[in-house]
Structures are given as C-alpha cells and as structure tokens.
Design a protein around this ligand. Structure first.
Ligand code: PMP
Length: 387
C-alpha cells in the first residue's frame, strides 16, 4: 500500500476520484454551482421528499412538547419508545407477516443480519452484484461464502445441490431490483429452489422496490404474492418512503434472535422518534399512491425502450435505468454535458460498478413529466452521436 497521496493521485488519473459535492435541492431540482437541474440522481422514487402538502400535514399533526429528536440510547436500553412498536406492528400488518424489526438504516440491516444469523457451519450464496452493505455483512460473517454470477440460477442451483448436505444452513442473498443495473432477480425461481431444501433461507433486499412495486408499494415480493416465502425481506425507508431507516420482515423466532445477536442493532443509538413518526405518517399514505407508481412505470418504460438497446447485456426492467459508457472518463464527460443541459446526472464508476462499465445511473421519480422524459431521450441521442 503506497502513501495516501499517491493512491489519491492514482484514483484521480483513473478518473475515479470521489469528492463530496456541494449540493442543495428545490423540489424536483438539484442545485449545484449556481445551476438548477432536473434531479435524475436521487432515490426519491415517488417524488415525495420535498412534498409541501405532506410536510404541512405532518407538522400540523404534531404536538411540539411530545416531539423527540433523539433516542439518546440503544433500543435495548432506554431508546425503544412506543413509536417503535407501533411502526413494527403497522409493518407486520401491512405485510400480513409475523413481525417486523426496524433498524437505523439499510446499511445497518445488511451489515448486521448475516453476521448475526450465520456461523462457520453456514454457507452464504450471494449474487455478484449485491449492494456494498451486504458485501460488508458477508465480510463480517464467519460463514463460508460464494458469489454466484449475476442472476445466474443454473450456477446457483448447482452450488446448492453440491453444498446443501455439508452445511447446517444456506443463505441465498439477492436484491429484488438491483441498484446499479435496474434489473430484477427471479423471485419465483428462488422460492422454488428453496422449497426443495429444508436448510435454505432466502434473503431479499427490496431497497429499490419498496414504495414503487406491488399493489400497496410493498415491493416485488408483494407484486408476486411471495412475501410469506421469504425469510429475510429487507426494505429501506430512505428512498421511495422519503424518510430514514430500514426494516426486515421475518418470523418471531428470527426477530428474537436478531434482538439478541445483531451488533448493528444492539450497539447503536436508536433512530430519533420524530423520524419514526414521519415514517409512520408516510406508511399510511404510500399504499394508496397508485397513480404515482403507474406514472413512474410509464415514464420508465419510455426511457428503457430508448436506452436498453444501447447497454449490451444490461437490461433494466425498472425505474433505475443505466446508460453504460465504458471507461470512467467517458461517463464523466457525458455527465458534465448533460448537467450543462439541465439534467442532474452523475457518473457511476468503479468500485461501485465493475471495471469498464462506468455509466450514468438514471433514477426516475414520479414527479418527472412525459415531456421531460422526451427531452432527456433527445439529449441522450445527441450525446451518443457526439461522444
Ligand atoms: N441496500 C441497497 C440495495 C441499497 O442500494 C442501499 C443504499 N443505496 C442500501 C441497502 C443501504 O440503505 P441505507 O441508505 O438506508 O443505508
């Protein structure tokens, strides 16, 4: 390992140096360097984060004397305020599940669950493209792990058949909508695979599907009527739900086990109750936001039709639509040009995505109009001919 400065210099030469952007937002727009651009890079998929009417309604519902802006301790000490139970009951009811457990973030959930529920008699089989937070959870676990090729179920089935008798428990780990490619796992096939073995647990991260998919916005598993077949159904509140935190839908037994073993739950100050109040407020609204979900799907389809043919093997089926440009310099040039044209898009580079697949990650939200999508497609076509 060289000096810090030489490594930073190397990152810079590769076009992979990251800097924290000075950025603000105004509703649908991102404001940076004095420019106001349509925000196509946030995870606010339902376009609710800056919704004035919702904020006003929420503030009117509050009694300032009862608001708490900190939990001041872990949930296992004095931080487990009644709103935690109310929110977890509401989630269990929505999912028609035994129970739910709320965490401070998706990162806490994914980096904490697998180390808690596995040991050296476990095997983790995780999709090659799972999120960094899951990768870190795998790294902290004592289990053996194998990453299977992205959505390659023949390989996964082979790995299960070869290994099932040698381990107490096998955990299959995937995202439902993948965060960088915008494609989906085959939940039906994973559930079918699980059915054939008594020791398989299915772990599905629905961070990018929660709020967006399914009749009530509960995710792809709800859409496919599979919520009860998944052992660890992880969702986050920091994206479409326009709040903060995460939760897992699981059995009572697993919840109790996590409360006793999960270090990222036990050894951290609980989220402030005011944030959970807002989450609960949003959870009362999101199941009824059908028209936002329908509009998002309509504009996403339009952009997918334009971009999927340019992306080789990467086939988005969601509101996350990449435009793959190859090397990092190209992605940076493209993003800068589109920003000048009023579209706030960012280059996504290694190590977030594999080498040679630097891209613009376009994440749409329900506030974007049909006309804006047409303007974006036009700008992307011009870019393609010029680059
Ligand atoms: N899972 C996935 C698939 C994600 O994309 C992210 C965040 N981008 C997380 C988990 C982490 O969630 P949080 O931001 O709540 O920590």
């Amino acid at each position: 390992m060289g000096s810090f400065s030489s490594q930073l210099e190397q990152l810079s030469q590769q076009g992979n140096l990251r800097r924290l952007p000075e950025i603000d937002s105004d509703g649908r727009y991102a404001i940076r360097g004095g420019m106001k651009m349509l925000n196509l890079s946030s995870n606010d998929y339902l376009g609710l984060a800056d919704n004035r009417a919702l904020k006003e309604e929420f503030f009117h519902s509050l009694n300032p004397h009862e608001c708490r802006f900190s939990s001041t301790s872990s949930r296992l000490l004095t931080g487990n305020f009644p709103i935690y139970t109310r929110l977890e009951n509401q989630l269990a009811e929505l999912y028609d599940a035994e129970c739910a457990l709320v965490f401070n973030s998706g990162y806490h959930a994914n980096s904490g669950i697998l180390p808690a529920v596995t040991d050296n008699r476990s095997l983790i089989l995780a999709d090659k493209l799972v999120h960094a937070s899951i990768v870190d959870g795998i790294g902290l676990s004592k289990a053996r792990n194998i990453r299977y090729r992205h959505n390659h179920y023949e390989q996964l089935e082979r790995l299960v058949a070869e290994n099932s008798s040698q381990y107490d428990k096998i955990f299959i780990v995937t995202e439902s909508i993948f965060s960088m490619d915008g494609d989906e796992c085959d939940l039906q096939r994973l559930v079918a695979l699980k059915k054939n073995f008594h020791n398989i647990y299915l772990y599905v991260d629905e961070a990018h599907a929660f709020g967006v998919r399914g009749p009530q916005g509960l995710g792809c598993a709800e859409e496919q009527k599979l919520t009860r077949k998944i052992d660890f159904l992880v969702c986050t509140f920091g994206k479409a739900a326009a709040s903060v935190g995460a939760f897992v839908i699981c059995s009572n037994e697993i919840k109790e086990y996590l409360v006793n073993k999960m270090r990222t739950l036990i050894f951290t100050t609980a989220l402030p109750p005011i944030n959970l109040e807002w989450t609960q407020f949003m959870l009362h609204k999101i199941p009824f936001m059908h028209s936002r979900r329908e509009h998002l799907e309509k504009i996403s389809k339009k952009l997918r039709n334009a971009l999927n043919p340019l992306n080789g093997d990467i086939l988005s089926s969601s509101h996350i639509i990449p435009y793959v440009l190859g090397n990092s310099e190209r992605a940076i040039t493209a993003a800068e040009r589109l920003q000048r044209e009023g579209f706030y898009l960012l280059p996504v580079r290694p190590p977030t995505v594999p080498q040679g697949s630097s891209r613009l990650r376009i994440s749409l939200n329900a506030e974007i109009t049909d006309t804006e999508i047409e303007q974006l497609i036009h700008a992307l076509h011009n870019l393609q001919t010029d680059l």
